[in-house]
Each structure stands twice: as C-alpha cells, then as structure tokens.
Write a protein that binds this ligand. Structure first.
Ligand code: MG
Length: 347
C-alpha cells in the first residue's frame, strides 16, 4: 500500500513539476538590466535546483531564487556598462551552466523605432548593418529588422522572402551571399546583425521573425533558432521579438517566458492577447485608429504598445499624443524633431 502511495505521489509530483514550465523552456532570467536596484532577476524554469554563482563572485550573489548585485558589483557595472555572470545549477538533476550578460541601463528613453534601420535621410540599404549603425547614431530607442531562414537553416536579415531574385528558403546562405546588398555589404546573418547591435547600449534590437509558407515546423524552427542565438550571444537585454505569425510568438514565449514579445497582425484584441499572456502589440496605425479602445485596454493590462509604420507628421503626432512608448517609422529624424518641438508632447 505504502509503495503504491509513494508511486502515486511521485507521479503527481512529476506531472505538477512539468506543468510549471514546458520541457522546452530554456533557462532564462526574468531581467538582464541593472536600473539601480540590487535585485537583477529570477531564474525562470521550475526544473532548476541548486543555483550557484561561479564567476564574478565579488559582484554577484544568488539568494532566494534571485540574482543580486553587490555594492561592489553595482559600482563595477556602472563603470564597465556590462558584467557577465556564470551560474551553475541542476536541471532535472543534471549539472549545467549558463553565462548571462547583465547591462547597466543606458537604453534611450524615446519612442523612436527605426523601421528596417535608418536608411532614408542618409540613403543606404534597408536592413543593412549600415542602416542599424545609423539608427544607433541617431539615438533611436530601437532598430527593427526582419529575419528569414535559408534552405540550410541559416538565419539572415532581409525584408522580402526573396533576395536578388532568389527565394531565401530555396537556397543556401553561400548561394545567396554571392550577391551583395545594394550598398556593397554582405547579406547579413542574424548573428552578425546581433553582434553589431551589441556593440552599443542605447538602442534595442527589434527582431521580426518572418512567417513562412513551408509549414508550422519550419516556422517553429525559425523561432527556436532565433531565441537560441539570442541566448548564445547573451543578447537578451537588447532583444524584442515581433511577428505576424502568432504561433511563432507563442513558441518564443514557450522557450523564453521572459522574452519581450509583440504581435503584429492586428487581428486580436487586447482581451484576446491577455488570454495567452501576450505582453505586447504592434499593429498597423489604421487598426488603432479604428479601435481606439484597444489602446486604453492595452494600457490597462500593462501591455507594451508599438505601431507601424508611421511616416507622416499628423499620424506621428496622433500616436505621440496617445502616449505610445514605441512608434515604428521610416522617418526617425522627423519623429525626433517632433519630440523636440511639439508643446503637446511631454516626454
Ligand atoms: Mg519588419
């Protein structure tokens, strides 16, 4: 009888344990940014035990399921802009380790998100490294770019599903990279793009994972490979994810429940998003103008609002007056100018 009870109890514990986090959930912190508080973030993954700090132990401590910065660590991160910390832990009884990059909060406080980088006023190619660099130079709070996957599963940055007349999914990266971008750059890989973005601390990287017509499995693989690369590089503090494919975003959230995610398609109300714990929405401006109550509903639920792609002064003003924290635009210079001059807008 005792044995049966024990087996039932163990079975229940196993089921309960699995229910807290999906087996696929990666080991992730709830936050990677130091904003003046010693508490940095909790580890999210119910299957983890015995966490220990094994690097920079003067700077970091682990207590009560949370990562803390010591006084010395707080001073160091202010000076160095970022610190890394290596944690060891048991994941389902197996020893593992992971390195996290923690940033001092220097991200710009403005709503300017450069759409495909900044490429218009100083002409260059959309989604190029140069366009990202120009968005960084302008001081945009974010720079958006689009991610596709090649036939050999390389992630590349390009807007269309075709590159120089070739369907990206039908060719290998080597085949595609024979053709240069119009500005002479190589077709950027997502790795190169993220690495460039991580050279600075003011501009967030808004990663749009493009849908695919090759089926749900390929879509899920795009999501997985993108999130895994962000984690491998330690880019979590910089990265926001957006997509028109709701299932891609659900996959991102499953892998990394702390990920900053915004849905693009505009066909779900904040009430519907709330049911899936979707933390943000980034809709076409006409959707918000037709459904103004969605703006107040999203704010009420604490969702992060973003809007695309707003390029004229009148519409930019509309969204500034509505208090949007993010506005995606091909005209970042114009939006900065409005922020400086408009008496209506308090930033
Ligand atoms: Mg895009």
């Amino acid at each position: 009888m005792k044995t049966i009870l024990l087996v039932i109890t163990m079975l229940f514990m196993t089921i309960a344990g699995k229910a807290t986090t999906a087996p696929e959930t990666m080991v992730t912190l709830s936050n990677y940014i130091f904003s003046g508080k010693a508490e940095i973030g909790k580890l999210i993954n119910g299957r983890i035990e015995k966490v220990e700090v094994v690097s920079n132990r003067d700077y970091f401590t682990w207590k009560k399921g949370q990562l803390y910065l010591s006084k010395k660590g707080q001073q160091a991160i202010r000076e160095k802009k970022e610190l890394t910390v290596e944690l060891t832990y048991l994941l389902e009884g197996k020893p593992e380790k992971k390195v996290f990059r923690i940033l001092n909060d220097q991200f710009h406080r403005n709503p300017v998100i450069a759409h495909r980088g900044a490429w218009k006023k100083i002409p260059t190619t959309e989604n190029s490294i140069k366009a990202l660099q120009q968005a960084v130079t302008l001081g945009c709070a974010g720079s958006e770019f689009d991610v596709h996957m090649t036939k050999d599963d390389s992630l590349v940055v390009n807007h269309d599903a075709h590159y120089k007349g070739k369907a990206i999914e039908e060719y290998t990266y080597a085949e595609l990279a024979k053709d240069r971008l119009d500005n002479g750059e190589m077709l950027p890989t997502l790795r190169a793009y993220l690495e460039e973005g991580m050279k600075q601390y003011g501009t967030k990287l808004i990663v749009e994972i493009k849908p695919t017509d090759k089926g749900a499995e390929r879509a899920a693989l795009r999501a997985r490979k993108t999130v895994e690369l962000v984690h491998e590089l330690g880019a979590q503090a910089w990265a926001n994810y957006i997509s028109f494919d709701y299932n891609i975003l659900l996959k991102v959230q499953q892998l990394d429940p702390a990920a900053h995610v915004q849905f693009l398609n505009g066909n779900k109300s904040p009430d519907e998003l709330k049911k899936d714990n979707m933390p943000g929405l980034d809709y076409h401006y006409s959707v918000f103008q037709k459904n103004e109550n969605w703006i107040s509903d999203a704010k009420k639920y604490g969702m992060v609002l973003n809007v695309w792609t707003v390029n004229d002064e009148k519409t930019l003003r509309y969204f500034l007056e509505k208090g949007f924290p993010m506005i995606t635009t091909n005209e970042p210079e114009l939006l900065f100018q409005l922020l400086k001059t408009s008496p209506l807008i308090s930033q």
